[in-house]
Design a protein around this ligand. Structure first.
Ligand code: DC
Length: 232
């Protein structure tokens, strides 16, 4: 008899951590290596922020943000330069990573209405042959049964410097100490909110990337993958 595979049988690897820890890059590399799907859950909160800013919804209006998140018409595609995201048919990819959107999304993410509206969307990404999911609460709330959980951190100084370098490479000039302050503020907000705060799952493997290159981190994750048998 052929047994059908339920969603809960599909393996998940979660990579959580603060902004700038490198979790997005590591998640992409692991997903590519395994040929698995990728969920960048932060992009969903960023989409809510972009849509809210366009509709003049305030960052402290939880009920309105919740309704917006529940009715979001999002389309993810792939273009010549990577992921293309559209809201209501409009390409918003270039706006997702701005500092204004980072701050707004962190505020919006504190509202239970917003988080609840995005749960189903995130769990629906669990598709065969497997999923690599990165964010803040992937291992604690969205996929508590993940086979391998990583919590990736780095000092706020190191994360500010990485972000500064990225922005400089894009030709944007942003003050380093301002970036550092913004990162600290966002960390505090993400860690102290009542619902799904940024915290390592009790069964997560902690990796501090402050003194590590991305290649070193990816290597360490591959070793954990092998040891845990999570991909097989
Ligand atoms: O990972 P990121 O920097 O793209 O996330 C942007 C914001 O979204 C972050 O400050 C907090 C929120 N977020 C969240 O609350 N839960 C997640 N799983 C992912 C992101």
């Amino acid at each position: 008899m052929v047994q059908s595979q339920s969603a809960n049988d599909i393996p998940v690897i979660t990579i959580d951590g603060p902004g700038g820890s490198g979790k997005g890059t590591v998640a992409l590399r692991v997903a590519e290596h395994l040929g698995w799907h990728l969920l960048d859950s932060g992009a969903l909160y960023r989409l809510v922020a972009v849509a809210a800013m366009d509709r003049a919804i305030a960052a402290d209006d939880g009920p309105a943000l919740g309704r917006l998140a529940a009715g979001l018409d999002v389309d993810f595609g792939v273009g010549p330069d990577g992921m293309v995201v559209q809201i209501d048919g409009q390409d918003v990819t270039a706006r997702l990573r701005s500092e204004a959107v980072s701050a707004f999304s962190s505020q919006a993410a504190a509202f239970p209405e917003v988080r609840a509206a995005l749960v189903k969307l995130q769990r629906a990404c669990r598709k065969a042959p497997g999923l690599v999911a990165d964010g803040r609460d992937m291992g604690t709330v969205i996929f508590p049964d993940a086979r391998l959980k990583i919590f990736l951190t780095a000092s706020a100084e190191a994360r500010a410097e990485r972000r500064h370098k990225q922005l400089k490479e894009k030709g944007e000039s942003v003050n380093l100490s301002r970036l550092f302050q913004d990162i600290k503020k966002r960390d505090e907000r993400d860690q102290s909110r009542a619902v799904s705060p940024l915290v390592a799952a009790s069964d997560a493997h902690l990796i501090d990337s402050t003194e590590m290159s991305i290649d070193d981190v990816v290597q360490q994750v591959f070793e954990l993958l092998k040891e845990s048998n999570a991909a097989y």
